[in-house]
Design a protein around this ligand. Structure first.
Ligand SMILES: Nc1ncnc2c1ncn2[C@@H]1O[C@H](COP(=O)(O)OP(=O)(O)O)[C@@H](O)[C@H]1O
Ligand SMILES: [Mg+2]
Length: 395
């Protein structure tokens, strides 16, 4: 569990110093102090990055608790209130603001630490129970990222007890709905605009369901184009968090673009699938993208997997060349099956619905196992079938 970032908000310098001094000897808690000296009642005013927990020293008459009590439930962070002892009104307000604890000020050290431990445990559970964000990105337009994302999501949905949602993050030309012959009535632009009042239940109203069980969040075709600069990064963050809280997998189809929206999606991704083809141009662009993701965004290399799509044998550049050039071991290969794939896209029927036994279908199945970290039972049994007789001296 990483360290917990605490935002300590108070109107008193003395309280700020006293409380942060008490937590100094606990390196698992990193305290940022904010002393409000003006008329603001929003504890997060001017705060750039949100903490894990807000520790609010409440004094009657300044309105911070009232402010928090009025904020959208989905926007709330864990809250601990330090307030006057036996003050029923303050306690009720703290409850309305969603506080997990109300501690009489000045606090007993044990009481403070046990309230923080409870928050820490709660955050740990939340991280463990949240679904994975898997981002599929192309190294060049036309690599097949949308095809891979659509069929991977379809394959995930067919797994027992797996909840998955596919999100078309191509804000301008998103056409993922066509891959399923779907015509969303509401979708991503509305969801982003209304995310502040949204929760795990109400988000479903923006999701379109496919007969296969797949769930898609995409823009209605009639919607105006969204420009990245019109999209608030916090809204993208919040939406992805809400989706991850009630799905095992959130599959994001992210076109290659270097902007704040892509950066935040990539930073939050548990896995990034970089779709390339066997050409120097693809490899060059993939290398630059991987460099950017690992260096500028500090995403660990082990979160990236390269998917070689439209793979043909005996090409000038083979899978090993790509592994070497991109310095990456995690590679999945999807064969070139032009007729099957283009017919599937044109008809809006994913290959994972009708052609699971095709070479491309089997490759998607392999990708599914790679992404889920499960054993590919079929190939294992084949391998065993081949190796076992030799092992037993029957060959
Ligand atoms: N494995 C494949 N075999 C043959 N053709 C493919 C394959 N994957 C994708 N294509 C073709 O490439 C085109 C572009 O795919 P798409 O998924 O839209 O790419 P991207 O989202 O990376 O721009 C599709 O129209 C499809 O015809
Ligand atoms: Mg695409």
């Amino acid at each position: 569990m990483p360290n917990i970032r605490i935002l300590l908000v108070t109107r008193s310098n003395t309280v700020a110093s006293a409380i942060s001094a008490r937590l100094e000897e606990h390196p698992e808690y990193r305290v940022t102090k904010k002393i409000i000296s003006n008329g603001h009642s929003d504890p997060f005013h001017d705060i750039q990055s949100k903490p894990d927990v807000l520790l609010l020293h409440y004094i009657q008459g300044y309105g911070e608790l009232e402010h928090l009590a009025e904020s959208a439930v989905s926007q709330r962070l864990p809250l601990i209130v330090l307030g006057p002892p036996d003050d029923a009104i303050a306690m009720r307000l703290a409850m309305r603001a969603g506080a997990s604890d109300y501690i009489s000020h000045p606090p007993q050290q044990e009481e403070l630490l046990s309230a923080l431990t409870r928050v820490r445990e709660h955050l740990k559970e939340k991280v463990n129970s949240r679904g994975q964000l898997v981002t599929v990105m192309n190294s060049k337009g036309g690599s097949g990222a949308s095809f891979v994302a659509a069929n991977l999501a379809c394959a995930l949905t067919q797994q027992k007890n797996t909840n998955a949602v596919l999100v078309d993050l191509d804000l301008q030309f998103g056409g993922l709905a066509r891959y399923f012959d779907l015509y969303p009535k509401r979708g991503l632009p509305d969801a982003l605009a209304e995310v502040e009042d949204m929760d795990e239940v109400s988000v479903e109203a923006y999701i379109t369901k496919h007969e296969s069980g797949l769930r898609l969040l995409a823009a209605p075709t009639s919607d105006r184009l969204l420009l990245s600069r019109d999209v608030a990064i916090e809204h993208v963050d919040s939406l992805l968090q809400i989706l991850a809280s009630n799905n095992d997998y959130v599959i994001a189809d992210l076109p290659r673009r270097v902007d704040d929206v892509s950066a935040t999606v990539l930073e939050h991704s548990d896995q990034i699938l970089m779709v390339v083809q066997q050409s120097l141009a693809h490899i060059n662009d993939a290398a630059r993208m991987i460099q950017l993701i690992t260096k500028e965004l500090a995403v660990p290399m082990n979160r990236i997997r390269v998917v070689i799509n439209r793979h043909v044998k005996n090409a000038l550049i083979d899978a090993n060349d790509i592994k070497g050039a991109l310095k990456i071991d995690q590679v999945t290969v999807i064969p070139n099956q032009y007729k099957l794939v283009s017919e599937s896209i044109d008809s809006g029927i994913p290959i994972m619905q009708t052609a699971t036994r095709s070479a491309a279908g089997k490759a998607i199945q392999h990708l599914l196992h790679d992404v889920c970290g499960t054993e590919d039972t079929e190939s294992t049994s084949h391998l065993l079938g081949r190796v076992l007789p030799a092992f037993l001296g029957r060959n």
